[in-house]
Design a protein around this ligand. Structure first.
Ligand SMILES: C[S@@+](CC[C@H](N)C(=O)[O-])C[C@H]1O[C@@H](n2cnc3c(N)ncnc32)[C@H](O)[C@@H]1O
Length: 257
């Protein structure tokens, strides 16, 4: 972790929480050979950057970015909304059990859902929390209203208290990373995720996560998959909604009402 003076206190707390060493301010990710990646605090933003001269730029959560604004009007947001059942019941309660950098969670909140996100990887959760704080303070009513419908718990979804699941309508899962991506921004994030998730069991337990989700008292479970991927846990969904880049498998357990 490296830091500017004004952010020193925030950085110290975060380093303590995440049990990470804190570096002198001014250490450049390009020159750093000691670590694979650095968390950087600057102003109101937390970002993560791989080290080394060929490493791509930092990754941060910015719900107000032009990419997120562009995504608003894009077709796959509509697909996601249809998959979870937006419009079938007002103010759907969604558990986004694999929050990651929160893009899908934000899209769902923007579509009017109340979204509880769980993210078990502490550094990813810290990046997401920082992006949420930034959106809460933004000078943009759209961002503030959407993020007000989001909350985050840094746990494995399967460890949530049953009370947190009571009243939930949908569990949404996006456990997988796409096999082939064209976008440089997504490639950069994937490289970082692979670094971060090396040590967790996360990569292979998507099947178990679906089976857990199907045992919860929710009307539907929705799984995001690459278009040609096999069903998770070999369970055929009730139906699926497919786009060019993504497929949503919908497991209907009972009617949304
Ligand atoms: C592909 S990313 C999700 C991306 C996310 N949908 C987005 O739009 O940014 C998957 C994330 O799920 C997290 N994850 C996987 N299994 C989990 C579980 N059982 N509980 C909580 N988080 C989990 C991983 O740590 C990873 O950050």
């Amino acid at each position: 972790m490296t830091v500017d003076d004004g952010d020193y206190r925030v950085a110290r707390e975060l380093a303590h929480t995440l049990a990470l060493p804190m570096l002198e301010s001014g250490v450049s990710p390009v020159d750093c050979t000691q670590y694979d990646a650095l968390l950087l605090i600057g102003g109101d933003s937390l970002s993560l950057q791989q080290t080394g001269s060929a490493a791509p730029g930092p990754v941060a959560v910015d719900f107000g970015s032009s990419a997120m604004r562009h995504r608003r009007g894009a077709g796959h947001n509509e697909l996601l909304g249809r998959a979870v059942g937006v419009g079938k019941k007002p103010a759907l309660q969604v558990l986004d059990a694999t929050a990651g950098l929160g893009r899908d969670g934000f899209v769902l909140a923007d579509l009017g859902c109340t979204v509880l996100m769980t993210e078990r990887e502490p550094v990813v959760a810290a990046l997401l929390r920082s992006g949420m704080l930034r959106a809460q303070r933004a000078n943009d009513i759209w961002l503030r209203q959407a993020v007000a419908r989001m909350s985050l718990s840094q746990v494995d979804a399967r460890e949530l208290e049953p009370a947190m699941l009571a009243g939930m309508d949908v569990i949404y899962l996006d456990p997988m990373f796409p096999g082939r991506v064209k976008s440089a921004a997504v490639k950069k994030e994937m490289a970082l995720f692979q670094l971060l998730l090396q040590g967790t069991a996360g990569v292979d337990d998507a099947d178990a996560l679906l089976l857990w989700a199907m045992q919860q008292p929710v009307a539907r479970v929705v799984v995001k998959r690459p278009p040609k991927a096999a069903w998770l846990a070999d369970r055929a969904p009730s139906h699926h909604i497919g786009g060019k880049a993504v497929r949503y498998d919908v497991y209907v357990q009972h009617k949304l009402a």
